[in-house]
Design a protein around this ligand. Sequence first.
Ligand code: F6P
Length: 373
Amino acid sequence: MAVLCSGGDAPGMNAFLRAVVRLGLNRHHRPVYGIRDGYRGLVRAARQVGGDGEALIGLCQDIERQVGNRGLIDAQQCIIQMDHASVSGIMGKGGTILGSARCLEFHKPQVRREVIDLLEKLQIGGLIVCGGDGSLSGARLLAQESNLRIIGVPATIDNDLQFTEMSLGVDTAVHTLVWAVDHFIDTARSHRRVMVLETMGRESGDLARMAALASGAEMVITPESGPMTEPRMRELAQRIEGAMTRGRGHAIVLIAEGVKFEPAQNRNGAYVLRDAFQSYFGREGAPFPDLEVRPSVLGHLQRGGHATPGDCILAARFAEEAWKSLLDPQAKSGITALRYNKVEIVPFGCEDLPERAVHSRAMDTLHDDLANW
Ligand code: F6P
């Protein structure tokens, strides 16, 4: 069995790798091979071997010679036989010890064929792919095009995979955002400012809305609530100004990176919103002409850092279910998912959880009703 992390790193990936390796060795007595740099590592190894028998022997010898940490240290080694020590002390560490990558080449059927051939030659019958949307699409194609047993594991801070209630990394990213808001509030309060903070999340607003609910940020703007237009921005600015008139001194506004503007903008949303707010607050006869707005794009800060206990526990639960499915001769390829708080395997291309959208809307309403306007 082999395991790889793919796409953007997410906190909890290391806890997942640890759990996969330890369950493999301790409970199931199976060797586990770690693939470096996601699909890219597999493609590199497949190219290295090609149709050459000697190169294949060379690769196998390297894997046997450099086991565990020795293999991990050698950046050229793409396939590493994992041992107990190689996953020691990594539980909460952010990132992934195997490395991760976005591999555009993997979209080509011929490239996937090369990888399937390699895995077959190495007698690796199962592959666990830990990653987000694109990575799991690659896993689905591998499952369709081979006899390999493929298990996908959702890991992305975006929480945009609608078949699972939570993906690995979300809980930690929300914690990090709460921490960030706590820091920005200090300046917002001291200077009576409006802070506009842009979160990640691609097309999904889940990360921003969860962070807003958990941090108490005054306002959250998500892609799901539709495009941002001039009148909408004015309305939001009016809302803030109204609250200031009633004695409020500052405001924290979260805007998800996926929010679209009409007319379209080629700048980060936080800056567009800053300009719109600032010109509204500075208009002729405004009650708070000195009110300042400061934008910040929080960026990759949200992907790093120590994984929360919540993510580490989910990682262990996903790993256990992945092994269970891999070893069940009746089971099929699929993805681990948290549904109704239970971890299960769902088929690739499985229906979205309808509750996810309802839940998001309910969170928005709840946040609105909790805000102090
Ligand atoms: O999918 C995770 C994510 O962090 C998104 O929220 C963000 O849009 C993207 O990845 C950034 O990707 P990269 O690290 O390749 O710039």
